[in-house]
Design a protein around this ligand. Structure first.
Ligand code: NDP
Length: 280
């Protein structure tokens, strides 16, 4: 159980992954991005989630390296994730994309590298390349994103190494009950993207009621619900106050009844694309 911002879950290969991290989707290169990464780390975050398609790996790397250079901590204390984009899913293309991401970030390894989307006919070859990187010791853990159960089963039928993580859209309107159960059974760590439904959930009346009851913000209620489900979560904010708020989750606990109440908000509603029906 995660009881502190720097607590970790143990992936099936033994790697420790922080239970909470900072997401940086839609944050453009520039000082706001560098500042967000720096303030997250300064406020105790140890995990940052980016992707090559976000076009912001340079700024993420800059924020990380500035913090390291100021000697506040060592690279090994941080957990950096990036993702290979759909256009790069060939075997050689993945290897090249990995090197390109590292060069932009200014790092010599990633903690986690993910296949961003399950592009039909392509993800198995991409997975072979991730396995190569992993076996060569160039990345600490490998995983997938936006994989449904059938994608995972299909991938694992031919895989040598089981994905350590599956990062998917997950929030109170999309509770992913079957996938959560399946990944738990398989020892694959589930990770929530758009945990706040990109802000849409902050106006939900049930969640507002719980926020009042616990004396917390709606964002904190949702993120605490992730943690209590054992789901790693990566809320995005560029505002320091919110970055701090989103990590202040460890001085209260949702009751089992309130966990169920939140589970009951499920509508199988997505804010992002459907992994079974996307065209990019
Ligand atoms: P989130 O659900 O994290 O919501 C982010 C939005 O909520 C922003 O508009 C932010 O605004 C606002 N916000 C954050 N904290 C608070 C708060 N405490 N109070 C009020 N508003 C708040 O959305 P994301 O889509 O960014 O998802 C999180 C991360 O997941 C991404 O950044 C990315 O790293 C990853 N992701 C992965 C995907 C994948 O396919 N694998 C797809 C989508 C996301 P502000 O910044 O102004 O504070």
């Amino acid at each position: 159980m995660i009881n502190h911002l720097q607590d970790t879950v143990t992936l099936h290969n033994g790697v420790q992954m922080p239970g909470l991290g900072l997401g940086v989707f839609k944050v453009e290169e520039g000082s706001d991005l560098v500042h967000a990464v720096r303030s997250a780390i300064a406020n105790g975050y140890r995990s940052i989630d980016t992707a090559s398609i976000y076009g912001n790996e340079r700024g993420v790397g800059e924020g990380i390296l500035q913090t390291i250079e100021e000697n506040k901590l060592s690279r090994e204390k941080l957990f950096v994730t990036s993702k290979v984009w759909n256009a790069d899913l060939g075997y050689e293309a993945v290897l090249a994309a990995y090197n390109a991401s590292l060069a932009k970030l200014g790092l010599d390894y990633l903690d986690l590298y993910l296949i961003h989307w399950p592009v039909k006919g392509k993800y198995k070859e991409a997975w072979r390349a991730l396995e190569t990187l992993y076996k060569a010791g160039r990345v600490k853990a490998i995983g997938v994103s936006n994989f449904q159960i059938h994608h995972l089963e299909d991938l694992m039928a031919d895989a040598e190494i089981k994905p350590m993580v599956n990062q998917v859209e997950f929030h109170p309107r999309l509770t992913q009950k079957d996938l959560l159960h399946y990944t738990r059974e398989q020892g694959i760590q589930l990770e929530a993207w758009s945990p706040l439904m990109q802000g849409e959930l902050l106006h939900d009346e049930t969640l507002q009621g719980l926020a009042a009851k616990y004396g917390k913000s709606v964002a904190q209620i949702i993120l605490r619900w992730d943690i209590q489900h054992g789901v790693v979560t990566i809320p995005k904010s560029t505002k320091e106050q919110r970055i701090i708020e989103n990590a202040a989750l460890f001085d209260f606990e949702l009751s089992p009844a309130d966990m169920e109440l939140i589970d009951g908000l499920n509508q199988n509603r997505r804010v992002g694309p459907d992994p079974d029906n996307f065209d990019f």
